[in-house]
Write a protein of this length. Structure first.
Length: 129
């Protein structure tokens, strides 16, 4: 954080609220399901007004200006590469798309692209999804 003057530290706060929660026992067969997380088909196309209406806890002023902060921080010379490296390590995949053009292929997992052991030596693997 010493790259950006005026920032003393970093604080992350996560609030999780549930509504319409039931305490009844869950059928064991539901834990055996395989597949992706179920998402609403047009969730990315929803307006900010919609999300403000259905949000259980309203955003604070700092939370609502986070996109402006990220846009400003990306304008710092060289910081885009720091964000790229951090995202690659945290997400374990490298996106090939941009904000305007969604990614059709992502390289990864990053943590297994270069491996080494005493039997096979160094191995390089290129994969993606």
């Amino acid at each position: 954080l010493h790259f950006v003057k005026g920032i003393q530290g970093l604080e992350v706060q996560r609030t999780t609220k549930y509504s319409d929660y039931q305490f009844t026992e869950i059928e064991p067969r539901l834990f055996r399901l395989k597949g992706n997380v179920i998402k609403e088909a047009n969730m990315l196309a929803k307006s900010d007004e919609y999300w403000a209406k259905v949000r259980q806890v309203p955003l604070t002023k700092k939370e609502s200006t986070m996109d402006v902060f990220m846009n400003r921080i990306e304008q710092i010379p060289g910081f885009k590469y720091v964000i790229f490296g951090a995202k690659a390590l945290i997400e374990n995949f490298v996106e090939t798309g941009s904000k305007n053009h969604p990614s059709k292929f992502d390289f990864g997992p990053i943590n297994t692209m270069i491996t080494s052991n005493y039997v096979n030596g160094t191995r390089f693997r290129l994969s993606g999804m």
